[in-house]
Ligand binder design. Structure first.
Ligand code: KIV
Length: 283
C-alpha cells in the first residue's frame, strides 16, 4: 500500500459521516504492527487481550500498566500511519479519576499511543471527561467487557434483555456525551448495535456485534488462527497460523534429525585453498 496519511480520530469520524467502514485490529509486537499498518488498517488496538493471547493468562485481569506500556512501545515502533490505541488495564482507571488521568497520560507520553481505551458505561463518565480534558482521546468499550468477567458471570453475550439493552443505549449516550471519540461494542445483539450506531454521533466499532456498526475489530491472534485455546463464534479466520507453525516446527525437527538442514545454500564456508592455509596455522 502506498504511503498514506496518519489516521487520526477525525479520520474515523469522517469515515462514519461518509458511511465508510472503519477497520481495527489488535497488535502487541513490532512485526504485526508493521504488517497491519502496511495493509492499510485504520487503527491498531494494543488490547489487554495481550494477557490471554500472548501472556497465557485465563483472563485479562492480571495485565499491568508495565505490560501494556512495554507492548505499546513495540507497536509504536512498527506502525507509521494507523491510529494507535492503548488499552487501559484492570485497576488503572477504576480507583480514582486522578489515577485514570495519570495512567492515560503514560500511554501517550511513554509509549507512543495516540489514544486510550477503557471499559464501562455511565460509571466511567467522570474519568472519561477528565482524561479528555487532559487532551487524551478516549475510546469506550461496552457490552462484553472482559475486565468485568467475574461480575458478568463469564465471557457471555450481553444486552439480551430489555433492561440490559436500555442500559447499553444509555451508557452509549453517556460515553459519547463525556467525550469519547469512538465506542467498541462487544458481543451484543446485531440489531441493538445497529440502533446504537444510528443514535450516537461517534463511530462504533463492533466485535461480535453484527454488520450494523460503523467499523469492525478483531483480535489478530483469533483472525490469524494463531491462538489455539478458544475461538469465539463471531471470529472469521483468515489464516491457520497455529497449524502452519506446528507444521514448520515438525519439519525443522525432521530436517535437523535427518541432516537435510543446513544444506550448502544455508552454509557459509571458506574456499578450499583459504581453508588449507587457515588449517596449517591452526595445527
Ligand atoms: O483487548 C482487546 O483486544 C479488546 C478488543 C476485543 C476490542 O478490547
Amino acid at each position: 500500500m502506498p504511503d498514506r496519511k496518519k489516521v487520526t480520530i477525525r479520520t474515523l469520524q469522517e469515515k462514519k459521516a461518509r458511511g465508510e467502514a472503519i477497520t481495527m485490529l489488535t497488535a502487541y509486537d513490532v512485526v504485526t504492527a508493521r504488517a497491519i499498518d502496511a495493509a492499510g488498517i485504520d487503527a491498531i488496538l494494543v488490547g489487554d487481550s495481550l494477557g490471554m493471547v500472548v501472556l497465557g493468562y485465563d483472563t485479562t485481569l492480571p495485565v499491568t500498566m508495565a505490560d501494556m506500556l512495554h507492548h505499546c512501545r513495540a507497536v509504536a515502533r512498527g506502525a507509521r500511519s494507523a491510529l494507535l490505541v492503548g488499552d487501559m488495564p484492570f485497576m488503572s482507571y477504576q480507583v480514582s479519576v486522578e489515577e485514570a488521568v495519570r495512567n492515560a497520560g503514560r500511554f501517550l507520553q511513554e509509549a507512543g499511543m495516540d489514544a486510550v481505551k477503557l471499559e464501562g458505561g455511565q460509571e466511567r463518565a467522570d474519568a472519561v471527561r477528565a482524561i479528555v480534558a487532559a487532551g487524551i482521546p478516549v475510546m469506550g468499550h461496552l457490552g462484553l467487557t472482559p475486565q468485568s468477567v467475574h461480575q458478568l458471570g463469564g465471557f457471555s453475550p450481553q444486552g439480551r434483555s430489555t433492561a440490559a439493552a436500555r442500559r447499553l443505549l444509555e451508557d452509549s449516550h453517556a460515553l459519547a456525551d463525556a467525550g469519547c471519540f469512538s465506542l467498541v461494542l462487544e458481543s451484543i445483539p446485531a440489531r441493538l448495535a445497529e440502533l446504537i450506531s444510528r443514535r450516537i454521533a461517534i463511530p462504533t466499532i463492533g466485535i461480535g456485534a453484527g454488520a450494523g456498526c460503523d467499523g469492525q475489530v478483531l483480535v489478530t491472534h483469533d483472525m490469524l488462527g494463531l491462538y489455539d485455546r478458544f475461538t469465539p463464534k463471531f471470529v472469521k479466520q483468515y489464516a491457520a497460523l497455529h497449524a502452519d507453525m506446528a507444521r514448520a516446527f515438525a519439519a525443522f525437527r525432521d530436517d535437523v534429525t535427518t541432516q537435510a538442514f543446513p544444506a550448502p545454500e544455508h552454509t557459509v564456508d571458506l574456499p578450499d585453498d583459504a581453508w588449507n592455509v587457515l588449517l596449517e596455522t591452526l595445527e
